[in-house]
Write a protein that binds this ligand. Structure first.
Ligand code: X2X
Length: 354
């Protein structure tokens, strides 16, 4: 994706940036907004601030729809002082580029999954442990409780600021071009794309597959060219990314719950006056809560849509997969990596894993 030159960006009525931004335009915008987004003392009162929000999700994804509503609410409640400009669909390159821009202040807000954010903050991938969560009830108890607190604290120590309410991506499902996944043995030798996260690689290696990390922005062409037999994502992402054009089977493995976090550049956040911080966090936290219901509906609807697009579905039983992971030492390895204290917090919600 890097090096891609595209026509200059424009902004439509709802504040979305249409596809395309020249790298020259991007650099200029990056410099301008990083100055704008860092209000200093009186300069803050002198001019409106525009926060740059970037995401790897398509324009129509529920997360972007709810963020557009939050942007309008923030503009209204700050009397026009704070705007949020939305850059959907990997406008600034892939997740790695957006993560680096967030760290440096080239963008002010990014919504990485823990799988992406783990490149900067490895501890956050604890919510993505394979076959850990069995249902949404346990997920939200954990993420709105002390597991979410642990994750947010780790993000803060990395110099970033994370909103309290996390968004949903969904339970991840496996798709393949070649065969359904009925049990752990079906993963043997399977070349599968995973996000650039250690825990994803580790999970599928423990199941004897051949996982490789690839940025989401590059996934569709990689599947089309047969670089991978398989990938794994929630159903709404499989639908919106048109993976039904390049994959045949959907195996409902529910092998990992995945979310999206609203993460701010630390200096941007600390540069906002307290009353503005309260308005911004309230709007984004409410957007995240609304987005959860939207994504649950979207994932349910996507199942029917994908069947109508010709994909072949099968259900699976998680127990044989958990047993295979225990036997391979996967849970013991990650308990050692995360440490007993946070592992104990996780098992409060998942039940005993290792
Ligand atoms: O990269 C992926 O597979 C995605 C879109 O689910 C994430 O952002 C982790």
């Amino acid at each position: 994706m890097s090096g891609t030159h595209r026509e200059a960006a424009g902004t439509n009525a709802s504040g979305f940036v249409r596809r395309g931004v020249t790298r020259r335009g991007f650099v200029a915008a990056g410099v301008a907004s990083s100055l704008l987004a860092l209000p200093i003392g009186r300069a803050w009162a002198a001019k409106a601030v525009t926060l740059k929000f970037a995401t790897n999700l398509p324009l129509t994804h529920p997360l972007n729809v709810r963020v557009a509503e939050a942007a309008a609410r923030i503009k209204r409640e700050t009397n026009g002082e704070v705007g949020v400009r939305i850059f959907p669909d990997n406008q600034f390159g892939g997740d790695s580029e957006m993560l680096e821009l967030l760290r440096l202040g080239g963008i002010d807000i990014f919504t990485p999954s823990a799988l992406v954010l783990s490149a900067l903050v490895p501890e956050v991938q604890i919510n993505a442990l394979g076959f850990a969560f069995s249902d949404y009830g346990k997920v939200w108890q954990a993420m709105d409780g002390d597991l979410g607190d642990f994750i947010r604290s780790a993000v803060g120590k990395a110099g970033l600021h994370m909103m309290e309410t996390v968004c949903d991506n969904g339970f991840r499902q496996c798709t393949t071009a070649s065969r359904p996944i009925q049990g752990p043995g079906d993963f043997s030798g399977l070349s599968i794309r995973v996000p650039l996260s250690h825990i994803s690689i580790s999970l599928f290696q423990a199941l004897s597959a051949r996982p490789r990390g690839l940025q989401f922005v590059d996934l569709y062409p990689a599947l089309r060219e047969g670089a991978f037999e398989a990938q794994e994502n929630p159903l709404s992402i499989i639908l919106s990314s048109r993976f039904y054009e390049v994959q045949k089977y959907v195996s409902l493995t529910n092998h990992m719950w995945d979310g999206f976090f609203f993460v701010f550049n630390g200096k941007t956040w600390s540069g906002l006056p307290g009353d503005i911080q309260r308005i911004v966090s309230s709007a984004f936290n409410d957007a995240a809560a609304l987005q959860r219901a939207d994504v649950a509906t979207a994932n349910t609807r996507a199942l029917g849509d994908l069947k109508r697009k010709g994909m072949i579905f099968n259900e699976t039983d998680p127990d044989p997969f958990r047993h295979a992971l225990r036997k391979a030492g996967f849970y013991a390895e990650w308990k050692g990596r995360f440490g007993g204290k946070i592992w104990g917090i996780l098992e409060k919600y998942t039940g005993r894993l290792g």
